[in-house]
Design a protein. Structure first.
Length: 431
């Protein structure tokens, strides 16, 4: 009996067809899920923004109700009663509300500059990760014209080595009738403290003083209180403009070698000198890291020279510079020690009254080896310093400004033999 032929339409799906169908479904499902997820995120962000805008508007309205004299942040510039930041929890989200209040300097033509013509209020609402969701701002006018007798202090913070402004530095008004007040410098390194109460012309607690801090920076020592540039009285209606210099700390890596370039590890006296200070140190092992000269840190914008001496050996004075600052904060100085026959120069230092001065630094440069060496006077006012012999070129003997004395300098031909001593005398005036 012949077998009945099956109709193709009676056959089911093949495995290949099923796999293809499942793949198409998976692709469509993934696309749909991605679209749905994006829509949900967009909806969540939209709700966050709506909440943030409501918070910002509410905070602005609240600031408009604050008394003008109190409209400022606690310890801020201007000072007041407003808390600069607060957190608000809404549902499952935590938002940060930041309020910044600043004086606006918008004087009328020919009017005196007060720096405090009215105030600007900026409210920013951020979510986790500092994402800004809303920002509102308003201007608030004072009930009366800005006082013409209040003082104004304008400060710029700069890096003298790179000749660049230091933005984001915190400048604090630490003493004075309206202290404490602090603020941060703008992109040009500027900040101003306005509407300040005048101070008497004398008295420690009545004067205003300024300090500055910034990540990775230090203040030049001569710009720290009580320096006149950052500590002063403020007369009625006076405007004071001043500069605070800040720098990134730098390091000199000193390397001592002999004439053949091998490390020179014997005990060596090293002098590092600028126009105002000199430091002498003993280096063993052939290397040292130097971060200061005398009582001052190494400053990247100051010109220094480095010299060294050991028994029967001297180095030529080597300049120190910080090429690549502020991106490169360390530099290597290689000092070559060479043998010379040494004689002595004996320097006597006196004041204007003819009295010998003890503990005064004397620096000797030049001579046939172009050296830089230094010594300190004893109770007889004398410093006896070894130098290479030779009469040409001459040596320069200098007393840098120090200990309330001004600088003094003279020149002299060097000693002619190992047993000879050349005497010089210097008189320094009171600074």
């Amino acid at each position: 009996m012949p077998r009945k032929r099956r109709n193709r339409d009676d056959e089911g799906f093949t495995i290949v067809e099923v796999m293809v169908a499942m793949s198409v479904f998976a692709i469509l499902a993934t696309a749909f899920a991605s679209t749905l997820s994006g829509s949900l995120r967009s909806l969540s962000l939209s709700r966050q923004r709506t909440t943030a805008e409501q918070l910002a508007s509410s905070q602005v309205e609240e600031m408009r109700r604050v008394e003008y004299d109190d409209l400022g942040t606690v310890g801020g510039n201007p000072p007041g009663t407003v808390t600069p930041t607060k957190t608000v929890t809404s549902g499952n989200q935590t938002l940060t509300v930041t309020t910044r209040i600043t004086y606006v300097n918008d004087r009328a033509p020919s009017a005196k500059e007060t720096g405090a013509d009215y105030k600007a209020v900026v409210v920013t609402v951020t979510a986790a990760g500092a994402t800004v969701l809303a920002k509102e701002q308003t201007l608030v006018a004072p009930p009366n014209q800005a006082s013409q007798t209040d003082g104004l202090i304008k400060v710029q913070v700069v890096d003298p080595a790179s000749v660049a402004a230091v933005p984001g530095a915190t400048v604090a008004l630490g003493t004075g009738p309206d202290a404490p007040i602090s603020d941060t410098t703008d992109a040009a390194g500027n900040v101003a403290f306005a509407s300040l109460t005048p101070t008497p012309s004398s008295g420690t607690t009545s004067t205003y003083s300024l300090t500055a801090t910034a990540p990775g920076y230090q203040t030049v020592p001569s710009d720290l209180p009580p320096a006149a540039a950052v500590k002063f009285a403020l007369a009625a209606g006076q405007t004071v403009s001043t500069t605070i210099r800040m720098y990134k700390p730098v390091t000199m890596n000193l390397r001592l070698v002999d004439a053949a370039g091998a490390p020179f590890t014997a005990a060596t006296t090293v002098a590092v000198s600028s126009s105002t200070e000199t430091q002498t140190m003993t280096v063993t092992g052939g290397s040292a890291a130097v971060t200061s000269v005398g009582s001052s840190p190494l400053l990247p914008n100051v010109q220094y020279s480095v010299g060294a001496t050991a028994t029967g050996l001297f180095s030529a004075a080597t300049p120190l510079s910080f090429t690549g600052y502020p991106n490169v904060l360390a530099t290597t100085v290689t000092v070559v020690m060479r043998p010379y026959t040494a004689g002595k120069i004996q320097a006597t230092v006196k004041n204007s009254a003819g009295s010998n001065l003890n503990g005064i630094t004397v620096v000797i440069t030049g001579g046939p080896a172009s050296i830089l060496v230094s010594g300190v006077t004893n109770t007889s006012g004398q410093a006896t310093i070894s130098v290479p012999i030779g009469t040409s070129p001459v040596y320069t003997i200098t007393v840098p400004p120090q200990s309330s004395y001004a600088s003094a300098s003279t020149t002299k031909a060097g000693p002619t033999g190992s047993t000879s001593t050349v005497a010089v005398s210097l008189t320094v005036a009171s600074a």
